[in-house]
Design a protein around this ligand. Structure first.
Ligand code: SF4
Ligand code: SF4
Length: 167
């Protein structure tokens, strides 16, 4: 291909690319707009359930959670966002047991990767999609996830069906 042909091919490619781009712009000009009028539309705003914004530790009506204070979430967090403080107690039958004392999550450090949630063996934490978390002070982004006075939910012992007696 000689230089003149290359010159005209360049012009052709450039004009074609321009027309393709302009056709998209023209099409979008007439497409129905989907701009969200936030915050006016707060009441009708739909945020995807999968949107991760706030790490929570669900508690039941008895103020019990499922966290065993194993620390796996803390170990798997890539940037030190979670701090699991545990303490030792003595159970009624005299055994030592480690329980959760304070579970802290720093929202300002979190990358919302979800590693903590998917590696928790007890499904004790989950992400909620509450997205309005702006504060004026970064210290307010540090949240305690376990309620005051809460405790570990005891697993119900499975009742094994009675073994059939050999005749
Ligand atoms: S989502 Fe990721 S960064 Fe945030 S606390 Fe969990 S593991 Fe850490
Ligand atoms: S939230 Fe899950 S992984 Fe983290 S300490 Fe509690 S039980 Fe362990």
């Amino acid at each position: 291909m000689n230089s003149l042909s290359k010159y005209f091919l360049g012009i052709y490619t450039g004009v074609k690319s321009l027309l393709v781009g302009m056709s998209v712009t023209w099409k979008e000009l007439w497409t129905k707009k989907v701009t969200q009028q936030y915050p006016e539309n707060r009441k009708t705003l739909v945020v995807s359930d999968r949107f991760r914004c706030e790490l929570t530790m669900p508690h039941d009506e008895n103020n019990e959670h499922a966290c065993t204070a194993c620390g796996i979430c803390q170990m798997n967090c890539p940037n030190g966002t979670i701090d699991v403080q545990s303490k030792m107690i003595e159970t009624e039958d005299g055994k030592k047991k480690k329980i959760l004392d304070v579970y802290t999550w720093d929202q300002g450090m979190c990358t919302f990767c979800n590693l903590c949630v998917i590696t928790c063996p007890s499904s004790a934490i989950k992400f909620e999609n509450n997205f309005e978390n702006s504060v004026f002070n970064r210290r307010k982004l540090i949240h305690r996830l376990n309620n005051e006075g809460s405790k570990l939910r005891e697993k119900k012992k499975e009742v094994k069906p009675a073994e059939s007696k050999a005749e």
